[in-house]
Design a protein around this ligand. Structure first.
Ligand code: C2E
Ligand code: MG
Ligand code: MG
Ligand code: MG
Length: 278
């Protein structure tokens, strides 16, 4: 009886394993087709100065409307795009599309200061800076409108390759933000040597800022340090008024989250904010 059960279990295990391999393979094929057909979308989420209803900054977030599986979260396919190498071509599409949208908004009279675009560490190869330069020049896009969001670990890695690409872009006027700040391993003192202008406090610290004293203290320390270094701090994942009040009291000047707006498509963003940004 026990043996039978065991056999059954391993049978299930093997079946689940092959299922997951098949689903990974088909997802990879679907991703490749979507890339060829440019079958992705960008959503846009505004960032506000605390207390203002007019956004000055916006983050572009990738969306993949899958024909069968519905909308797939970037958390579920960015890693696959990275391991398969597709992130490089996809990243090119994301950057070009985000810059085009930003220009289109400006032509329509929607004046924002900056658009931030998430960049995977895999994208930062030897030709990254020249790729960005090419997109910008082709579109006649002011590099000061662009901010690239990278991970803490990328900035920490300190390889010459990465720092050379980052320096080249900084020289052009492109800004860098550290995304999900606080979740990596960088010591606060290392930040001053990083060529970044913005720290985005990870949403995990914002979530319990009023209930968990550790999270509260971490946010307090980040804001204090960032300000003394002249960096801009943006809190991510703000979902209610209480979180906003605490952040404001701690001196965090910029906020982003569902409390203000969900990510939305470019047209919806325009409809919602055009009147206010005239
Ligand atoms: P992220 O860059 O840290 O983006 C913030 C995520 O939090 C987004 O999820 C956003 O929709 C979500 N969010 C915004 N406000 C709130 C809130 O108030 N509460 C909660 N719980 N969540 C909120 P999304 O769009 O699913 O993206 C997930 C992650 O995927 C991003 O995290 C980023 O790391 C990655 N990603 C998204 N777009 C791109 C892209 O174009 N390129 C690359 N390389 N990665 C991307
Ligand atoms: Mg981001
Ligand atoms: Mg983040
Ligand atoms: Mg993230």
């Amino acid at each position: 009886k026990a043996k039978e059960l065991g056999r059954n279990r391993s049978f299930h295990y093997v079946r689940e394993l092959t299922d997951s391999i098949h689903s990974r393979m088909s997802l990879e094929q679907d991703l490749r087709s979507a890339l060829e057909a440019h079958n992705f979308m960008l959503s846009y989420q505004p960032q506000f100065r605390v207390g203002e209803s007019v956004p000055r900054r916006v983050e572009a977030l990738l969306r993949w409307p899958h024909p069968v599986r519905g909308m797939i979260s970037p958390h579920d396919f960015i890693p696959l795009a990275e391991t398969s190498g597709m992130i490089v071509e996809l990243g090119y599409w994301i950057l070009r599309t985000a810059c085009q949208q930003f220009l289109f908004w400006r032509q329509q009279g929607l004046m924002l200061d900056k658009i931030s675009v998430n960049v995977s560490p895999i994208q930062i190869s030897s030709s990254f800076a020249s790729t960005v330069a090419e997109i910008i020049q082709h579109l006649d896009f002011d590099p000061r409108w662009l901010e690239l969001e990278v991970t803490e670990s990328l900035m920490m890695s300190g390889t010459t390759e990465v720092s050379q690409q980052v320096c080249e872009l900084r020289a052009m006027g492109v800004d860098f933000a550290i995304d999900d700040f606080g979740t990596g391993y960088s010591s606060l003192s290392k930040i001053k040597s990083m060529p970044v202008t913005v720290l985005k406090i990870d949403q995990s610290f914002v979530r319990d800022i009023n209930d968990d004293v550790n999270d509260y203290e971490i946010v307090r320390a980040i804001v204090l340090m960032a300000k003394s270094l002249g960096l801009t701090v943006v809190a991510e994942g703000v979902e209610n008024k209480e979180q906003e009040s605490t952040l404001h009291r701690l001196g965090c000047e910029w906020v982003q989250g569902y409390y203000y707006a969900m990510p939305m498509d470019g047209e919806a963003f325009y409809q919602r904010y055009f009147a206010e940004l005239q």
